[in-house]
Design a protein around this ligand. Structure first.
Ligand code: SF4
Length: 376
């Protein structure tokens, strides 16, 4: 069983962010009360999926949560599910929340994997993206993490930031590699609708790089990480052998997961999706007053096929043709036709029964995946 918990509070409004979060922390206490109520309400559903294998606290900024709230939450998780040793428990942490004291506390709570939102080691990038931490805090936080003895650590970095050239990007990767952590998630800076960055770009205050710059950054990233001994196991994720994110891998393998908290999604591994409302007040009220706070959707066979194609083509494992033949027999003919067409174009490659996006085409994954979709 894979459990996701969304903690929706942040210190600042990063200019590019379109996740669900709130910078007003006044209702943190009521939020945690609602979260525990949701956990109680759904405990049989969660237990029904088998023993707990991963817990992921994402956000928002979970590292901002008050100690007493995290203690109560973890006590409840332990009491309800008795997680076995070896459960992967990840906390997303921002550098300005990390202190030696908190690192010790998180360890005592059982958190054994940290996902650190560094984004950039350059102050000008952090300023442009309106991150709340400084470049100096980033370095200090990683030093403390290393000293505290955390080994399972992943860092988030962003490329394609206006003003970032190839040398700058390479320096970022070198700094990351010097720390010796086993996992990196690297994302292109994208302009999401209704964000501050979107407004800045429209007003001509920020000019985004050309596509060629993103592409060059992407391939520099890939080449450098492969050379350093990392596996490029998902479009945005690199890990040393044995250090894949078990939680995110469960998403990409279409395993069941339960998401608690506002905006969190759940999937039963077959055809039922559920998502909580992306609204803190309606979420809290829903749990306090037994009002609706989530929606559900039954996936059609074509939805499930598209989902399978999307998640699998993002990974280096790829799409298993025998799965399509067995589980999506009605679409098998379409799949083979489309895959052969993209293979002739050099976009997808086949090894044994598995189809993957060819390395040279990885940068265009989104478009290629969309071409493989069924349109109902
Ligand atoms: S800290 Fe993360 S979730 Fe919060 S606003 Fe910034 S990018 Fe978004």
């Amino acid at each position: 069983m894979h459990l996701y918990i969304h903690i929706p509070f942040c210190r600042a409004n990063c200019s590019y962010c379109n996740f669900y979060f709130s910078v007003n922390r006044r209702h943190e206490g009521r939020f945690f009360g609602a979260l525990l109520a949701e956990l109680r309400q759904r405990k049989d559903e969660i237990a029904g999926y088998g023993p707990l294998q991963t817990v992921y606290l994402g956000g928002g900024t979970p590292s901002l949560a008050r100690t007493e709230h995290l203690e109560t939450l973890f006590a409840k998780i332990r009491k309800t599910f008795s997680p076995a040793a070896g459960v992967e428990i990840t906390l997303e942490a921002n550098p300005d929340d990390i202190t030696p004291g908190r690192l010790d506390l998180w360890k005592k709570l059982g958190i054994n994997r940290l996902s650190v939102g560094i984004q950039s080691f350059r102050q000008q990038d952090l300023d442009l993206m309106r991150r709340s931490h400084t470049a100096e805090q980033s370095r200090r936080a990683l030093d403390w993490i290393r000293r505290a003895g955390y080994r399972n650590v992943t860092v988030d970095l962003i490329y394609g930031i206006p003003g970032m050239n190839m040398t700058d990007w390479e320096e970022q990767l070198d700094i990351f590699l010097d720390y010796g952590f086993p996992h990196l998630s690297a994302y292109a800076l994208t302009v999401e609708p209704d964000t501050l960055l979107d407004r800045q770009v429209k007003a001509g205050k920020v000019v985004m790089p050309d596509d060629e710059v993103y592409e060059a950054h992407f391939f520099l990233l890939r080449d450098k990480m492969l050379l350093a001994g990392f596996e490029h196991y998902e479009i945005s994720n690199f890990a040393r052998p044995g250090w894949y994110s078990r939680h995110n891998s469960a998403y990409w393998e279409s395993k069941p997961y339960v998401g608690l908290g506002p905006s969190a999604h759940s999937y039963d591994g077959r055809n039922l999706r559920r998502w909580n409302l992306a609204n803190l007040h309606r979420y809290i009220r829903g749990l306090e007053k037994a009002e609706p706070y989530y929606e559900t959707e039954v996936l059609s066979p074509a939805d499930r096929y598209n989902e399978y194609i999307m998640t699998r083509l993002r990974t280096t494992r790829g799409v298993d043709e025998t799965v399509i033949e067995r589980h999506f027999a009605d679409f098998y003919g379409d799949f083979v036709r489309q895959a052969q067409r993209l293979k002739a174009r050099g976009d997808v490659c086949k090894q044994g029964n598995f189809w993957t996006i060819c390395p040279g085409a990885l940068f265009r994954s989104d478009g290629i995946i969309a071409e493989m979709f069924l349109v109902e």
